[in-house]
Design a binder for this molecule. Structure first.
Ligand SMILES: *Cc1c(COP(=O)(O)O)cnc(C)c1O
Length: 443
């Protein structure tokens, strides 16, 4: 009997669960990055077999409408045909050279053309490396050691950034992970977002020793904590008054909220900017960038060392450049904004119709977040997120998942729209959100 006639065995086996069991014998927690393990929401992670556009198919053969989109890189959706075609051409000419090539120039030219004040770009293999290296550069340029960051922002997992606010009036940081030396954490100060008084107080005491301030201008890693423009402006002003460099971490917002990122939205130009996610078009890539006067302090020209075997990788450069080309050519951000508005209107109508659903909808462009536990007011700092958010979200998440709508498995992660999401997909999501809210809050 030929294989074509073999009838697939009918089985009720949950292949995601079987794979996860195997994975836990091989990978700590069964994953390569912690949130993927579903520990905050419960249940079994979906093992992705394939993904196209706005959807992926898991090991059970079930299809999910995906609002995670690999946590942000896939602004054009999964497996965009033009990106795949470009990757095919480039891969056929070699996977990595460890030598300069044209692909780096094409992506760097697109970044310089899009982002204000950027004359030079250094490529890395991740966002973590980009922020870590930008901070080293700022320290090298200023000859100072102290770093200021904000609770509610995430900048990757380098030692100096895995730091939480310590106790005391003006806080020196404490490690937020085992393995981070206290001595390193103490060089990082941590303040709340959205608080001018805290900024004034910090700079009065520590401005002269501060090398850099790093902030997500659109904080999107602890919910979506949209900042007031005046606060961002005050931060830039104080940094400059005290000779510290302002680093904007646009690893999520860069090329997501517009070609000029948050700089285009707020009309503020940082001294250094970091990119990741979209700049690699789905391949491992990061970048930090700024004016020549700063970037030319990097080796080989200057005395700030930074390097990478796979930095400027031809495939990552090609996927990134093709993605930015399409974003620019098709004026994708206008379309995404319309889709974002459709989602927002749908969810706002649901919330308006159900006064006892304790959630608010936050959005900028194609980034969205449901703030559970808050009604009619969006939190602007990590400290003001409702304590019951995580528990409410876990119920909501599970209800969406059963209806094959895939959201981030954490209350503190945002959702992403891509150009592959259709109006029908958005309407489907709104309907599912309504059912899931009813399960979460009753009725
Ligand atoms: C994802 C992210 C990073 C870290 O990038 P990786 O590629 O995961 O190392 C840094 N900053 C921000 C704002 C991010 O969202």
């Amino acid at each position: 009997m030929s294989e074509a006639w073999t009838i697939p065995a009918m089985t009720t086996e949950d292949r995601n669960a079987t794979l996860f069991e195997r994975a836990r014998q091989l990978l700590p927690g069964g994953v390569s990055s912690p949130v993927r393990a579903f520990r905050a929401v419960g249940g079994t992670p979906r093992f992705v077999e394939s993904a196209h556009g706005a959807r992926f198919v898991d090991a059970n053969g079930d299809e999910y409408l995906d609002f995670v989109q690999s946590w942000g890189p896939l602004i054009l959706g999964h497996a965009h045909p033009e990106v795949l075609a470009r990757l095919g051409e480039v891969a056929a000419r070699g996977l990595t050279f460890g030598a300069p090539h044209r692909g780096e120039l094409e992506l760097a030219e697109r970044i310089c053309a899009a982002y204000p004040g950027v004359e030079r770009v250094r490529f890395t293999s991740s966002g973590t490396e980009a922020t870590m290296s930008a901070i080293r550069l700022a320290r090298g340029v200023t000859g100072r050691d102290r770093l200021l960051k904000f609770s509610g922002c995430y900048h990757g997992h380098s030692d100096g950034l895995l730091v939480a606010a310590g106790s005391g009036a003006i806080t020196f940081g404490e490690p937020s992970s085992r393995g981070v030396p206290a001595a390193v954490a103490q060089l990082t100060s941590v303040l709340p977002l959205d608080d001018e008084a805290a900024l004034e107080q910090y700079f009065a005491a520590h401005g002269a020793e501060t090398a850099a301030v790093i902030v997500e201008p659109i904080p999107a890693n602890n919910g979506l904590l949209l900042q007031r423009c005046e606060w961002l402006r005050r931060l830039a002003g104080l940094a400059h008054e005290h000779g510290a460099l302002l680093i904007w971490d646009e690893v999520i917002s860069g090329f997501r909220v517009g070609m000029a990122g948050a700089a285009g939205i707020y009309g503020i130009t940082p001294d250094l900017v970091t990119f990741g996610k979209i700049v690699g078009g789905g391949l491992p890539c990061g970048a930090f960038a700024g004016p020549a006067v700063h970037l030319d302090n990097l080796a080989p020209l200057g005395r700030v060392y930074q390097a990478g075997t796979l930095s400027g990788n031809p495939l990552a450069m090609a996927a990134g450049a093709k993605t930015l080309e399409i974003l620019h050519r098709d004026e994708v951000h206008a379309t995404l904004n319309l889709h974002g508005r459709r989602l927002e209107q749908g969810v706002r109508t649901l919330l308006a119709d159900h006064a006892h659903w304790r959630a608010s909808f936050v959005r900028i462009g194609s980034i969205f977040w449901l703030a559970f536990g808050a009604r009619d007011s969006a939190p602007r700092s990590a400290e003001t997120i409702a304590p019951e958010a995580a528990q409410l979200y876990a119920t909501f998440f599970g209800a969406c998942l059963r209806r094959h709508v895939y959201l981030a498995p954490s209350a503190y992660e945002v959702g992403f729209l891509s150009t592959a999401h259709t109006e029908a997909d958005i309407d489907r999501a709104v309907a599912v959100f309504g059912e899931a809210m009813a399960e979460t809050f009753g009725g």
